[in-house]
Design a protein around this ligand. Structure first.
Ligand code: GLY
Length: 321
């Protein structure tokens, strides 16, 4: 059931590598990605890696790299982030995002924003320019506007594909519409990076779950649930059904196990085992430590991901065994 992505696919970064060889990992969601969306996901993942790697390869920070990678996926309608996100039960896009710097533990998050096309940009402004960590709804939009981020109309973020998806979903029985199904969810995007200074960072952005109640917040923008970064442990971004992930504070759970000396790939697999066995959750995780060691796993039918370092570049849509 649990997918171990790395075996036989690409090499782990050497254990004794100095933390000065940049690494970037991105994901475009763990769910039952339909066959006809596979190419669009791969294309989006590769564009995101290109943007993030452009930052890292020119000496930029891990924080800038994860922001730029996530912006690309927010702008790409293939993903459940930014324009093209799943709609809530009132037919609106409501977005959540978090970004975190592993060197300083500074973080910025936004929740339930309806008029920001790139919530990770607003999250970054909060990290950099606010004494606070988290803004929601109108307050987040006001903060963003006051800090130079343009506001849009909610309708600008809604696309016909998602209007039709919501219509079909709501036509099912009320009982069914309360049940999580990996076929229709979940496509959150995220990135983790290690820069030449040896700092790690993480960012996660989402439109949340299909048909969610207005005001519902998922795991993605909550520190330690959908995103976490600490140079002393690991950078993590999760994707999947938010409520179970929140119950386990899964990103921090995983980072703590890396800090205890476990290899990130082992921890990623264990995180999925724990998610499934403890709360019957579904999702995926990417994990990277400040030595460049990484792990990825998911227990959904598919997960879109990409990895880049000086030595290798790999991307794919992994199927569960
Ligand atoms: N993992 C995203 C959400 O549940 O909102």
């Amino acid at each position: 059931m649990i997918s171990t992505l790395l075996e036989g696919q690409f090499q782990q970064a050497p254990r004794d590598r100095l933390a000065a060889d940049p690494v970037l990992i991105v994901h475009g969601g763990a769910w039952a990605i339909p066959d006809d969306l596979v190419d669009a996901h791969l294309h989006g993942i590769r564009n995101a890696m290109c943007a993030g790697w452009g930052v890292l390869s020119s000496g930029g920070s891990a924080l800038d790299a994860v922001e730029e990678a996530v912006v690309i996926m927010e702008d790409d309608e293939a993903f459940d982030a930014g324009r093209g996100s799943f709609l809530n039960r009132e037919g609106k896009v409501q977005l959540d995002a978090l970004i975190m710097d592993g060197g300083t533990l500074r973080a910025g998050g936004v929740g339930c924003v309806e008029r920001i096309a790139n919530p990770v940009r607003a999250a970054r402004k909060i990290l950099s320019e606010s004494p606070h960590i988290y803004f929601v709804a109108e307050g987040a939009e006001r903060f963003a506007a006051e800090h130079g981020i343009p506001l849009c109309k909610n309708e600008d973020l809604v696309i016909p594909r998602e209007v039709e998806r919501l219509r079909r979903f709501q036509a099912q029985s009320a009982e069914m519409s309360e049940v999580f199904a990996p076929e229709i969810s979940h496509d959150t995007v995220g990135a983790v990076a290690l820069d030449a200074e040896g700092n790690i960072a993480a960012a996660t952005s989402t439109g949340g779950t299909l048909n969610k109640a207005p005001g519902r917040l998922g795991d993605s923008s909550l520190i330690g649930c959908g995103c976490y970064a600490d140079n002393g442990s690991a950078a993590a971004s999760t994707t999947g059904w938010g409520e179970p992930i929140m119950k386990l504070v899964l990103a921090k759970w995983a980072a703590d196990r890396v800090a205890s000396g476990n290899l990130p790939q082992w921890v990623a697999d264990e995180a999925m085992n724990y998610l499934q066995s403890r709360v019957n959750g579904h999702g995926g995780i990417i994990l990277l430590d400040a030595r460049g060691r990484f792990g990825m796993a998911h227990n959904t039918p598919r997960m879109a991901w990409g990895l880049k370092s000086a030595a290798q570049e790999t991307s794919g849509i992994t199927r569960n065994r």
